[in-house]
Design a binder for this molecule. Structure first.
Ligand code: MEV
Length: 308
């Protein structure tokens, strides 16, 4: 049976990152091949074991602050705040890549704490706990990551509400890592600063991204990869205009197009991290090879199954 534990997966944003912070709709997809897990065992004092740090929770480095925030918030909610335990966190979701690693770890920790207390959290309670950690990690998260790391299907997200979307035919995507980390907090802050200095530019970009997200949802429902790819590529141009792309992200999107992908864009906060490219075929090997030759340090695939 093992110790009480929790798990959550990675996510990718297909359309609408950054604009979602200002109330535009966005589309997110679960990436189940990458996972974070957390487990709790009683111990003397509160301790953390992770790839980053192992030792007393009180001496954990600042990078673990979101994990501690999730643990404390969940322990408060579940009545286990005084219990001395060792929290073991494991994640194969690379951090700073726009793949939801902080939200996934927070979700796994919240579930582990609830399991230890033998409490079943409602979806909304769990969401609120993940958001507490996300607020420590990113400042003012829209909440899309907190939904996506526990979602079982793609969804449209707007102002806190997540609704599953229809998928007309199976779709395959390749996610390619530039190898450079990007800070979501910094990227969100830079868009906010641009909005302060150039409100019309950013508001127009947000409106266009909102249209692209809704058009992308229709393209997914209607099984139209060309229409979806065109929306993804248009979104990348807008994100570049907002200053959150990077030379590495631009060159991977170009390589995806050259390899026949109908559309590619950065995913998540940007300024490093990953691109997501739509594959024309369920066999993604050629697209993955092309992205690796263009400098991607690793690639993953994620697929969407057709809804019945
Ligand atoms: C990060 O995955 C998505 C952003 O839109 C930030 C957020 O929604 O909180 C960049």
């Amino acid at each position: 049976d093992g110790p009480p534990g929790g798990r959550a997966h990675a996510k990718a944003i297909l359309l609408g990152e950054h604009a979602v912070v200002y109330g535009a709709p966005a589309i997110a997809v679960p990436v189940r091949s990458l996972e974070a897990t957390a487990a709790l065992v009683p111990s003397t004092g509160s301790k953390i074991r992770s790839a980053l740090y192992t030792g007393p929770a009180a001496d954990a480095p600042p990078s673990l602050a979101p994990v501690l925030a999730a643990w404390h918030a969940a322990a408060e909610r579940c009545g286990t705040a005084g219990w001395a335990s060792t929290l073991t966190v494991r994640s194969d979701i690379p951090g700073g890549r726009g793949l939801g690693s902080s939200a996934a770890v927070a979700a796994a920790v919240a579930s582990a704490v609830a399991a230890q207390a033998r409490i079943v959290l409602s979806d909304e309670e769990r969401h609120a706990l993940i958001q507490r950690a996300e607020t420590v990690a990113h400042g003012r998260p829209s909440g899309i990551d907190a939904r996506a790391v526990v979602a079982t299907s793609p969804f449209r997200f707007q102002r806190g509400a997540a609704d599953p979307i229809d998928v007309g035919a199976p779709l395959a995507f390749v996610i390619a890592d530039t190898g450079t980390a990007g800070s979501t907090a910094d990227a969100v802050a830079s868009v906010r600063a641009l909005r302060d200095s150039h409100p019309r530019t950013v508001d127009t970009a947000v409106e266009r991204m909102a249209e692209l997200a809704d058009e992308a949802a229709i393209a997914i429902a209607e099984a139209d990869p060309d229409a979806l790819g065109a929306r993804m590529s248009a979104a990348h141009e807008i994100l570049a205009l907002l200053g959150v792309s990077s030379p590495g992200l631009d060159s991977l999107t170009r390589a995806a197009h050259a390899a026949g992908s109908p559309g590619a864009k950065l995913t998540g906060g940007g300024r490093g991290g990953c691109v997501i490219a739509l594959s024309l075929s369920p066999d993604t090997a050629g697209l993955e090879r092309a992205l690796r030759s263009a400098g991607a340090v690793r690639t993953w695939t994620t697929t969407l199954a057709a809804t019945a």
